[in-house]
Design a protein around this ligand. Structure first.
Ligand code: GLN
Length: 473
C-alpha cells in the first residue's frame, strides 16, 4: 500500500527540507485514521495530545534539541498501558479502566519524543490469530476487506499497513506480532525474551509475552528496539544486558531451514514456492543454506496451548470485579460479584482458555499436562538452541497461508491455533523472530512473510539479513 513515509529517516529529511512540518504530519495520520474507520483498527484517537506534542517537538527540532524519535508517530496496542489513558485489552471486563502509570517501553518512547496518536484494537487479552475475538468487533485487512489482518495485534498491524501512523507496538505470546505483520506486509519482531520490559503490558502468559514493534523499514525497527529495550527493575525476568542491535556478522551467514515446515501438509503452494525462492535468493547472496530435521513441529502448538492457558488462568484471576474494570450490577455478595462480573466481562475465547488452563492445573491433571508440557518446552528450547551451534539463522515462512477470510476459521479453534504453527517456536525457546515482507501471492496479491530467527540477543544478525531484502516485497 502506498504510504506517505516508510521510515523516520524519510520523515526527518522531509522536515529538514521544509517539505512538511510535524503538525502537518500528525494531521495526515489523523486524516488517514478518520477516513478508514471501516477497518476498525483504532479504539481511541489521542488527537488533541498528538497535535500539542507535534507543535512542541517541532520547536525542539528547530532548536536542535529533539530526541532520537522526534517525528515518529505511533499507535499502541490496547494491552499496553499509558498513564491517564484507558486500556482495555479489547475486553469488556476492563471497561472504565484508566491506567495510573505508563509501561516502561512507553516511557522510553516518550522520553525520546515519539508521539502516541492512538490505541489499537486487538484480540481480547491478546488471545487469537485473526482479530475476530475483540469485544469491539473484528479488524479488517486493508488490502482486502474480506480478509483478516491476523492477530492478536491486528489493529497495530493495520494502523501501519493503512498509513495511520509510522510504526506501532504489539505484543507477541505465540506469534501475535509476526503473523499479522506477515498478513499485512510489514516488519514485525518478537524480541529475545527478557530484552523488553513487560512492566505495563497486561499479562497473558508471562513466560512468553514480549512487546515488539511493527514498522515499514528495518532501520525504524532497529531504532525503536535501541530505545525501548534493556533492563528494567520492574521486570524480574529481564536479561541483564541489552542486545547489540547493530552487531554485524563477519561474512556470509550459515542459515538453516526446517524441512518439515516446507513439507508440512498445511502449507499453501504459493507460500512454499515463495520460501523456495527465498532460499535460492539467500544462496545467490553467498549465504550457506541447509535443510535440517526438527521432528518437534507437531508438538509445539499443543505444548504452547497448555502452558499459555495455564499462565493465563492465573494471570486473569485478578479480574474479579473488585479492584478495577467491570462489576456486575446484579451481584449481591462476594461470590456472585466474582461469578457475574467475569461471566459478563469475558468473551468466549478468553473463557475457553481460562477453563482449559484451570483444567491443566488441577491436581488430578497437573502432571499429565502441565508438567509434561514444561518438559516438552525444555526439550524444544534445548533442541532449538542446539541448532545455533552450527547455524546463525533459522528461516521459515512466517505463516503457512496468506491472510484468510473473515469467518473462515472462527468456529474452528483448532484450525485457528494452527495459524501459529511456525511462530510459537521462538516463544517456546525465548529466541527472537523477525517477520519480513517478502513476496505477494500471485493469485490474490496478499503479502507473504518470511520469518528469520536467531540465538538469544542476536537480533543484529536478523536486521542485517533483513536489510539485504529490503526493497523486495
Ligand atoms: N494466536 C496465538 C494465540 O491465540 C498467539 C497469541 C499471541 O501471540 N498473543 O494464542
Amino acid at each position: 500500500m502506498t504510504k506517505r513515509f516508510s521510515s523516520l529517516l524519510e520523515v526527518r529529511s522531509a522536515i529538514d527540507a521544509n517539505q512538511i512540518t510535524l503538525p502537518q504530519l500528525v494531521d495526515h495520520y489523523l486524516d488517514r485514521i478518520s477516513t478508514q474507520q471501516q477497518l476498525n483498527a483504532i479504539l481511541e484517537v489521542f488527537s488533541d495530545e498528538a497535535k500539542t506534542q507535534a507543535q512542541l517537538i517541532q520547536d525542539k527540532i528547530k532548536q536542535g534539541n529533539a530526541g532520537k524519535l522526534a517525528g515518529m508517530v505511533m499507535a499502541i496496542k490496547d494491552n499496553i498501558v499509558y498513564k491517564d489513558h484507558p486500556a482495555s485489552a479489547a475486553s469488556k471486563i476492563l471497561s472504565g479502566f484508566t491506567s495510573l502509570f505508563s509501561a516502561t517501553v512507553v516511557e522510553r518512547l516518550l522520553a525520546e519524543d515519539a508521539i502516541i496518536i492512538a490505541r489499537t484494537n486487538c484480540d481480547e487479552f491478546a488471545m487469537g490469530a485473526s482479530n475476530e475475538n475483540s469485544a469491539f468487533g473484528p479488524v479488517l485487512n486493508a488490502l482486502d476487506n474480506s480478509r483478516v489482518p491476523g492477530g492478536s495485534s491486528g489493529g497495530s498491524a493495520v494502523a501501519v499497513q493503512a498509513d495511520m501512523c509510522l510504526a506501532s507496538l504489539g505484543s507477541d505470546t505465540g506469534g501475535s506480532i509476526r503473523q499479522p505483520a506477515a498478513f499485512t506486509g510489514s516488519y514485525g519482531l518478537y524480541p529475545s525474551y527478557g530484552s523488553m520490559s513487560r512492566w505495563g503490558l497486561i499479562a497473558f502468559a508471562s513466560s512468553f509475552d514480549q512487546i515488539g514493534p511493527f514498522t515499514s523499514s528495518v532501520s525504524d525497527m532497529q531504532l525503536l528496539m535501541e530505545v525501548m529495550a534493556g533492563p528494567d527493575a520492574h521486570d524480574a525476568t529481564m536479561l541483564q544486558t541489552k542486545p547489540d542491535y547493530a552487531k554485524a556478522s563477519k561474512g556470509p551467514l550459515k542459515i538453516a531451514y526446517i524441512k518439515d515446515c516446507i513439507e508440512h501438509p498445511g502449507i499453501e503452494a504459493e507460500v512454499k514456492q515463495a520460501t523456495e525462492a527465498f532460499i535460492a535468493e539467500l544462496k545467490g547472496k553467498g549465504h550457506t543454506v541447509e535443510g535440517i530435521d526438527f521432528p518437534y513441529l507437531d508438538s509445539m502448538v499443543p505444548c504452547y496451548q497448555i502452558l499459555t492457558t495455564a499462565e493465563a488462568s492465573s494471570n486473569l484471576s485478578r479480574f474479579s470485579g473488585l479492584t478495577y474494570g467491570h462489576r456486575s450490577s446484579q451481584a449481591t455478595d462476594l461470590e456472585s460479584t466474582y461469578k457475574l462480573s467475569r461471566t459478563e466481562g469475558f468473551g468466549p475465547e478468553v473463557k475457553r482458555r481460562i477453563m482449559l488452563g484451570t483444567f491443566v492445573l488441577t491436581s488430578d491433571y497437573f502432571d499429565t499436562y502441565y508438567t509434561k508440557a514444561q518438559k516438552v518446552r525444555q526439550l524444544i528450547r534445548q533442541k532449538t538452541l542446539d541448532i545455533f551451534k552450527n547455524f546463525d539463522v533459522i528461516i521459515t515462512p512466517t505463516t503457512s497461508t496468506v491472510a484468510f477470510k473473515v469467518g473462515e476459521k472462527s468456529n474452528d479453534p483448532i484450525a485457528m491455533y494452527l495459524a501459529d504453527l511456525f511462530t510459537v517456536q521462538a516463544n517456546l525457546a525465548g529466541i527472537p523472530g523477525l517477520s519480513i515482507p517478502y513476496a505477494t501471492h500471485p493469485g490474490n496479491q496478499m503479502p507473504i512473510g518470511m520469518q528469520l530467527m536467531s540465538n538469544i540477543s542476536n537480533e543484529g544478525l536478523l536486521f542485517e539479513l533483513a536489510k539485504q531484502f529490503e526493497s523486495k516485497a
